[in-house]
Design a protein around this ligand. Structure first.
Ligand SMILES: Nc1ncnc2c1ncn2[C@@H]1O[C@H](COP(=O)(O)OP(=O)(O)OP(=O)(O)O)[C@@H](O)[C@H]1O
Ligand SMILES: [Mg+2]
Length: 332
C-alpha cells in the first residue's frame, strides 16, 4: 500500500530568546493512502508543529518528510497542490462576503477556473450543511459554521490529502459528529482521500480513525488501531524498581508472578539494581508484595516509569500508591 505521508527521524527545534525549544524528536510515521489517521497528544506535544511541517509552513530542522510522494522541503509546491489544511481558530475569511463568495474568492486564489469554482463551492456548502446560509455574510456565521466553512475551503481544489488540526473545536457535539461522519464516509471511504486529524478528543479518535499515534514531548509514544491502543493503555502499567540485595533468580521469580508481564534489568551495581516491571493491570497481586518483602530485598524506589499511556489517554487513574497494600508495603 503506497504511503500518503511518511516521516523519517523528523525533528524540529524552535529558536527562542530563551534558547532552543525542541518540539519534535525523531518522529517516524507512515500513513497509508485512503486511511483516516489520528494524532493524539497532550498540549505542547508537537502536533501542530508536525502538521505545519507536513503542510510546508515551516521547514524541519532535522530529518525528512514526504506527502503524496513529494518531499516537503524540495518539492513544497507539489506538496501544497496535494493538500488541504484546516487549522483551529482560522481567521482569514472576509466578514462582509457571504460564505459562497468567500469560497469562490479562495478558489480563484488557487487558480481554479470560475465555472468550476462556482460548482465546487455550491457542492461543498451543501455537503457541510451550509447551503441555507450560503448567501449570508460570513460575519453572521456561528463558530461551528465558520469551522465547517474552513473545512469546505480546504477541499476546494480536491486535494488527495487533508490535514485537520482540531477541526471540530467550537462545534457542538451533534455538528461535530456530522462533520466527522462526512469526512469519513464521503472523503475517505468514497473518494479515497487520506485524512490526518489532530485531536484531544478520545471519542473522536476512537470512532473515526483507522490508525492512531500518540505524540508525547515530541516523540511517538505508541501507535496502532484505536482499539489496540485503548487496550494497551488500560491493560499495562510500567514501574521502575530500585533495590539493593537482589537475590539470585529474582528476575525469573518476578516474571513467573501472576500479573507481571515483563521484568527487565536496567542496570546493576554493588549499590543498587534497577528493574523495569510491566503489570497487566494497575493493582499487582499480593504475591508480588510478598516476593518483594522477603529474602532481604530492600526496595529503595518504586515509581511509575513515566506518565504512562493510561494517563496520557486519560483512561482512568494511574495512581499506583492507591492500590498498595499498607502492611505489605515494600517501602520500609
Ligand atoms: N513558533 C514557536 N516558537 C517557539 N516555540 C514554539 C513555537 N510553536 C510551538 N512551540 C513550542 O513547541 C512545542 C510544541 O508545540 P505545538 O504547538 O506543536 O504543540 P501541540 O501538540 O499542537 O499543542 P496543543 O495541543 O496545545 O495545540 C511546545 O513546547 C511549544 O511551546
Ligand atoms: Mg496544536
Amino acid at each position: 500500500m503506497p504511503t500518503a505521508v511518511s516521516t523519517h527521524s523528523l525533528s524540529h527545534n524552535f529558536d527562542t530568546p530563551r534558547g532552543a525549544v525542541t518540539a519534535l524528536r525523531g518522529v517516524a510515521l507512515a500513513i497509508e493512502r485512503g486511511s483516516f489517521f489520528g494524532l493524539f497528544g497532550p498540549n505542547g506535544a508537537g502536533k501542530s508543529t508536525l502538521i505545519r511541517i507536513l503542510s510546508t509552513l515551516i521547514i524541519p530542522t532535522g530529518g525528512t518528510a514526504s506527502v503524496a510522494g513529494y518531499d516537503v522541503v524540495r518539492e513544497a509546491d507539489k506538496v501544497r497542490a496535494s493538500i488541504g489544511l484546516v487549522s483551529a481558530n482560522e481567521n482569514s475569511f472576509y466578514g462582509r462576503l457571504s460564505g459562497r463568495q468567500n469560497l469562490e474568492f479562495f478558489a480563484a486564489l488557487q487558480n481554479i477556473v470560475p465555472a468550476i469554482a462556482r460548482r465546487r463551492a455550491a457542492e461543498l456548502l451543501e455537503m457541510f450543511g451550509l447551503a441555507y446560509a450560503a448567501d449570508s455574510h460570513f460575519q453572521s456565521y456561528s463558530t461551528g459554521m465558520r469551522q465547517r466553512l474552513n473545512v469546505a475551503r480546504a477541499l476546494l481544489h480536491d486535494p488527495p490529502v487533508l490535514f485537520l488540526d482540531e477541526p471540530t473545536k467550537g462545534m457542538d457535539i451533534a455538528t461535530a459528529e456530522k462533520v466527522r461522519a462526512l469526512l469519513r464516509r464521503e472523503f475517505v471511504e468514497r473518494q479515497g482521500k487520506t485524512v490526518w486529524l489532530t485531536t484531544h478528543d478520545l471519542d473522536e479518535m476512537e470512532t473515526m480513525c483507522d490508525r492512531v499515534a500518540i505524540l508525547e514531548h515530541g516523540s511517538i509514544r505508541a501507535s496502532g488501531s484505536p482499539a489496540e491502543l485503548i487496550r494497551q493503555a488500560s491493560a499495562t502499567v510500567e514501574y521502575r524498581l530500585e533495590l539493593s540485595n537482589m537475590p539470585p533468580d529474582f528476575l525469573s521469580t518476578m516474571r513467573a508472578l501472576p500479573g507481571v508481564q515483563s521484568a527487565e534489568l536496567v542496570s546493576h551495581s554493588d549499590a543498587a539494581t534497577v528493574l523495569d516491571l510491566t503489570f497487566a493491570d494497575a493493582s499487582p497481586s499480593a504475591e508480588l508484595w510478598q516476593t518483594l518483602a522477603c529474602d532481604g530485598v530492600v526496595v529503595k524506589r518504586y515509581a511509575p516509569k513515566d506518565e504512562g499511556l493510561r494517563m496520557l489517554m486519560k483512561n482512568g487513574g494511574g495512581d499506583f500508591t492507591a492500590h498498595q497494600p499498607r502492611n505489605e508495603s515494600p517501602h520500609r
